[in-house]
Design a protein around this ligand. Structure first.
Ligand SMILES: [Zn+2]
Length: 457
């Protein structure tokens, strides 16, 4: 038998029109069916879920509606899984398949010290890849494209699952590991890829390095840049402008959680992401009251994955604050998370009684003309009070004698938006550290005992 040609309509904006435009009622029926299957799988194959559900007095067969599921099935948290893995290495009591079926091991890049270990079956890797392929397609990437991966391969899941996606799409993979930024620029010049894969801040850094080498990165022939791992072009409009200008390419991003799913590709409108409702079920919860948050309001994203059979995650807390909409201008029916992630339930500092979310400050900085997207928040404690200093880099065009004025403007805008005065300090372009993987935005200089866990920013 000969190989079938690639039959997908190359002009269609949809990767899978049938599912992407499925009416909500039908999607919900599908969710209930899949949730029951996942619960049964977890209950039958892990002592952890069996204990958890027995304690809550609920059996998989008791779940007759999505409401039942949200109300009766207990929430899970990352720390719980890390603890179980520490108690019984490698994967603890949550492994739901025979170890022979594990096709790949990855780890989350948390800063808490202990990584979460993530096993994937071959099927799981296929499904992660499917979500990435869908994300690429929506942006306009096609099988004829050539991907350049500007990073070193390690246990970080984001890039592996991205790689599975490029394979699924049928495009070309060019791994760029084992070299520095200058090396990346030269390799891009030599091999002429059309898609750049890296974190958004690294894309900006790489463009700076290119400029210093006298290379016009906007005319290297890239058609797209694609990002994950940090708030990217759909979360921060200023960052999108900078990346797209620097590379002469259209930017997209994917919101994912290594242990859960590559669950939300960016919408073609570039204003947010859509939840892959064939791969997971999500709902929003008020972190204070625990009640479900209705559409168009902000709440914590709670997720159940259908695509991690090796280590099922059910009613899993993401600690990400999202604004969920049931409609989007692009016509897709999958839940739309406007602005991607708007804050973290646990990355918050209380300043004079007001909760200050890191991403809220980031969003404001992203809208101030003259500021770049390189910034950090320095936390200190003076006379028992927490203080935040925003240390930011202006764009190179701003003369040094205007820094004071710009800092003043920035402080004013922050005060206007979040009702708290924060100190703003501007430093020369190129001063703040650049990171290849997760950018560290919060520098916590408070005494150890008052620090919160600063993870996954
Ligand atoms: Zn959309």
């Amino acid at each position: 038998m000969s190989m079938r040609p690639f039959l997908r309509n190359q002009d269609s904006p949809y990767w899978n029109r049938y599912y992407e435009t499925m009416p909500r009622r039908q999607l919900d029926e599908l969710h209930l069916h899949r949730i029951r299957a996942v619960l049964q799988h977890a209950y039958d194959h892990t002592s952890f879920y069996r204990r958890k559900l027995d304690e809550a007095g609920v059996l998989p067969g008791d779940i007759r509606s999505l409401q039942d599921f949200k109300r009766k099935v207990p929430l899970m948290d990352k720390d719980e899984f890390i603890m179980l893995q520490e108690e019984r290495p490698i994967y603890g009591e949550t492994l739901a398949v025979d170890p022979d079926f594990i096709a790949q091991h990855c780890e989350t890049s948390g800063t808490t010290g202990i990584p979460l270990r993530i096993p994937y079956t071959g099927y799981d890797t296929e499904r992660y890849g499917e979500a990435w392929a869908c994300a690429f397609w929506w942006l306009g990437v096609r099988p004829k494209d050539r991907f350049y991966f500007a990073f070193n391969w390690g246990p970080f899941a984001g890039f592996w699952s991205c790689y599975w996606g490029v394979r699924r799409l049928g495009a070309t993979v060019i791994p760029g590991g084992g070299q520095n930024s200058e090396g990346h620029i030269r390799m891009i010049q030599r091999l002429k890829p059309t898609v750049l894969i890296c974190t958004p801040t690294y894309a900006l850094h790489l463009a700076e390095v290119g400029r210093a080498m006298g290379v016009d990165t906007a005319s290297l022939g890239l058609r797209f840049t694609f990002h994950a791992g940090e708030p990217g072009p759909c979360a921060i409009p200023a960052m999108r402008r900078q990346i797209e200008e620097a590379w002469g390419a259209r930017s997209g991003e994917l919101l994912g959680l290594a242990e859960v799913h590559a669950f939300a590709p960016s919408c073609p409108t570039q204003e947010g992401v859509h939840v892959d409702e064939t791969g997971c079920f999500t709902w929003s919860r008020d972190p204070e009251t625990g009640d479900e948050v209705p559409p168009d309001k902000i709440g914590e994203n709670i997720i159940t994955t259908y695509v991690n059979n090796a280590q099922p995650l059910i009613n899993y807390r993401t600690h990400d604050l999202v604004e969920r909409h049931n409609e989007c201008a692009c016509g897709r029916t999958w839940a739309f998370l406007k602005g991607v992630v708007l804050g973290r339930t646990d990355f918050m500092v209380t300043i004079r009684g007001t909760n200050v979310y890191q991403s809220a400050v980031e969003n404001i900085i992203g809208h101030i003309e003259g500021l770049s997207t390189h910034y950090e928040l320095v936390l200190t404690r003076v006379s028992g009070m927490d203080r935040i200093c925003v240390r930011a880099e202006p764009v190179p065009q701003v003369p040094a004698d205007q820094y004071d004025q710009l800092a003043h403007t920035a402080a004013g805008r922050i005060h206007e938006a979040i009702k708290v005065r924060l100190e703003v300090e501007l430093v020369a372009p190129g001063t703040l550290p650049r990171y290849e993987l997760k950018t560290r935005r919060i520098i916590d200089q408070r005494p150890k005992e008052v620090r919160r866990v600063l993870d996954r920013v």
